[in-house]
Design a protein around this ligand. Structure first.
Ligand code: CA
Length: 292
């Protein structure tokens, strides 16, 4: 399973890959570069530049994207217009920003927050962040509190389980999930990640119910079984900081992986910050669209 470099994007923190099944294009972001990229399989055909840190950008059913910025959820388009704020779940908080986000199987956008001290290295990160959900009526619900650094998310195929990575807890948590009520319960640790493997960042799920977890500082993506926590497979990448992954390709049988160049020896890892692809041997879940 040799990773193929597909976009030599040199991102500071490449992140948040989203596959558009309809157009067969890949979207990904650079968090500190504050940019969203659209890659059409040959070249970057569009970008949106934001005026704040960009935690995530996901597709909207009605066109454009929902972005998670420092001051909340925004709608944005590729037409050069400026992003417009939809909701700010942490008004007045200046030491926080949105980090990872994803659309759930019902078409709502979930976004986790984190303190900016984890970007700057100054200050202590406490459990002051949360996981929020924006529904199609543009109301925000708090799904989890006590989060340190909201990161990877995935839902089981039957949507009865939700998996969540709070990076600074070095594990994947599993919750029972009620899709209709949009309610989490019964949280527990399902996968522990030993520190020498790297720290867990973005995540996706395959059609066998196994979790693919990007390992920041670990040069790898790990495939884990959430029922017993075992590491089934480890795929190495030529980048220290592997940030996230999503399934893509016509048959959803490819895995697209983003990486960061931040804090990396570029002599040793010249392609860090690029987007890679592997054929994982399994298919996976699509990237959903926001229905609002
Ligand atoms: Ca992340």
């Amino acid at each position: 399973m040799k990773p193929e470099l597909v976009v030599s994007s040199g991102c500071t923190i490449g992140e948040g890959p989203v596959w558009d099944e309809r157009t067969e294009k890949l979207y990904f972001i650079d968090i500190l570069g504050r940019k969203l990229f659209c890659w059409n399989g040959r070249e970057i055909e569009g970008t949106i530049t934001f005026d704040q840190s960009l935690g995530f950008a996901v597709l909207r059913e009605s066109g454009g994207v929902v972005a998670g910025l420092q001051t909340g959820f925004y709608f944005a388009d590729f037409d050069g217009s400026s992003a417009r704020q939809v909701a700010d779940p942490e008004p007045g908080r200046e030491d926080g920003r949105f980090n990872d986000g994803k659309v759930d199987p019902a078409g709502r956008v979930w976004g986790g927050t984190m303190p900016v001290c984890l970007d700057t290295g100054y200050g202590e990160a406490g459990p002051d962040s949360a996981l929020y959900c924006l529904d199609e009526t543009l109301k925000v619900k708090t799904m989890l509190t006590g989060v340190i650094q909201g990161n990877g998310m995935a839902w089981s195929a039957d949507a009865k389980k939700f998996y969540f990575i709070d990076t600074q807890r070095f594990c994947v948590q599993e919750f029972d999930y009620d899709l209709g009520e949009n309610q989490l319960s019964n949280g527990r640790v399902c996968v522990e990640i030993p520190r020498e493997m790297g720290i867990p960042d973005g995540m996706t799920i395959d059609d066998e119910g196994m979790l693919w977890v990007a390992l920041w500082g670990g040069s790898a993506v790990g495939r884990y079984n959430p029922t017993d926590g075992t590491l089934l497979e480890r795929v190495e990448f030529p980048a220290m900081n592997v940030t996230s992954c999503c399934f893509g390709g016509k048959k959803l049988d490819e895995l697209y992986i983003t990486t960061a160049s931040l804090g990396t020896d570029l002599g040793r890892y010249p392609h860090a910050g690029g987007v890679f692809r592997i054929k994982p041997g399994v298919t996976g879940c699509p990237s959903y669209r926001f229905k609002g």
